[in-house]
Design a protein around this ligand. Structure first.
Ligand SMILES: Cc1cc2nc3c(=O)[nH]c(=O)nc-3n(C[C@H](O)[C@H](O)[C@H](O)COP(=O)(O)O)c2cc1C
Length: 381
């Protein structure tokens, strides 16, 4: 059937549209909206506002939304105008978002973020160097900084190595952020341990050269990320806690030369802690799905609960991953930026809007809340 140029092939339902029990939630479908930084929080307070609520409301038909990476503390920030979850103002802003999504029948987790060395002095409280496991700059890596009312890309700064005595304070920041996320009405939280940010830096071989009990051996490199996971679980419960991992990505200059040796025991520990899900980015984040000999299917066997996959998935690839029993949930990033009604488009095998990269970061409603849903697109014809 063709309506106004759109093909509406109502084909056999794919596994994407079956329900799934995720911790305390019943998801109506297996499509998850990926955490996507959009740099559109309120300038000055980093609090979400009405436009952000509208953006997420439009995407509430996802089985689950994972809201964008959100700094747990002022020093966890690495990009201009990303939201925080440490102040009351930010909690109130996020409440607008969670209310809008819940009123539209959706479910939403918050991604908890500390960028570690991927930052710039101009984004840090007091203009000091960002903190990281070791004082090693992520060479050639850029971040997005404030330049007046617009933004620009700049080389990340050389970080200062965290003192061992400072680490409990960061764990406490995760606890505080988790409490705030629940106060703001989120259904759960996802710990961001991917893409070369703080927790991934501790796991890595090129950003962590510490000589205390947080560096060196596999056990030591796992220690800080696991302390954070346990702290978050204490507050949210394991059934409202997920984690994102990207074992082989080179994102933000990260390298883990012994990826299987560290990620396999990590996932086993996460299973023992009974986390609701593990979310894996397969390959280079938003790049090639080249798995460099890393066996994701074997990794999946180390985890007892939901397995969520991401990176360059199409509807066909998603169907395969679900039908084979490998994945339980499939997470889509760029397709959700441009298609607020992605589940409906997949269901109808309709064409997809293309995302406009120029409006990914910063700005207002353009390229944010103005991508048409099918009905609007058809009405415009
Ligand atoms: C604009 C943009 C912002 C992103 N922000 C985040 C983020 O906040 N947290 C995160 O874990 N990944 C982030 N990513 C990575 C995506 O979540 C996802 O892993 C990537 O886009 C690959 O999925 P896709 O092929 O479905 O787009 C971002 C990617 C893009 C393109």
């Amino acid at each position: 059937m063709t309506v106004c140029g759109y093909r509406y092939d109502v084909t056999q339902e794919s596994a994407l549209f079956s329900e799934f029990r995720l911790g305390r939630l019943r998801l109506p479908n297996r499509l998850v909206m990926a955490p996507l930084t959009r740099d559109r929080a309120t300038h000055g307070t980093d609090a979400p506002h009405a436009l952000n609520a509208e953006y997420y409301r439009q995407r509430a038909s996802a089985g689950l939304i994972i809201a964008e990476a959100t700094q747990i503390s002022p020093s966890g920030k690495g990009y201009a105008w990303t939201p925080g979850i440490y102040s009351d103002e930010q909690v109130a802003g996020w409440k607008l978002v969670t209310d809008a999504v819940h009123d539209a029948g959706g479910r939403i987790f918050l991604q908890l973020w500390h960028v570690g060395r991927i930052s710039h002095r101009s984004l840090q409280p007091g203009g000091v160097a960002p903190v990281a496991p070791s004082a090693i700059q992520a060479e050639g890596q850029k971040t997005f900084i404030e330049t007046g009312t617009s933004g620009d890309f700049a080389q990340v700064d050389t970080p200062r190595a965290l003192e061992t005595s400072e680490l409990p304070g960061i764990v406490e920041d995760y606890r505080h952020a988790t409490r705030n996320a629940l106060r703001a009405g989120f259904d759960g939280v996802e710990i961001h341990a991917a893409n070369g940010y703080l927790l991934h830096q501790f796991l890595s071989t090129n950003a962590n050269v510490r000589t205390d009990e947080y560096g060196g051996s596999i056990e030591n490199r796992l220690r800080f990320p696991l302390e954070v996971v346990k702290a978050v679980v204490e507050i949210a419960g394991p059934d409202r806690t997920g984690i994102r991992l990207s074992p082989v990505t080179p994102a933000n200059g990260i390298e883990t030369t012994d990826a299987e040796a560290i990620f396999f025991p990590l996932v086993q520990r996460l299973s023992d802690l009974d986390l609701a899900y593990v979310h894996v980015i397969e390959g280079a984040t938003a790049g090639p799905r080249d798995l460099k000999g890393f066996d994701f299917h074997a990794l999946r066997k180390n985890f007892r609960n939901a397995w969520m996959v991401n990176n360059g998935y199409t509807k066909e690839l998603a169907d395969e991953a679900l039908a084979s029993g490998y994945a339980d949930l499939v997470c889509f990033g760029r397709p959700f930026i441009a298609n607020p009604d992605l589940p409906e488009r997949f269901r109808r095998n309709a064409s997809l809007n293309a995302p406009n990269q120029k409006t990914f970061y910063g700005g207002g409603s353009e390229g944010y809340t103005d991508y048409p849903a099918l009905k609007e697109a058809a009405a415009d014809v």
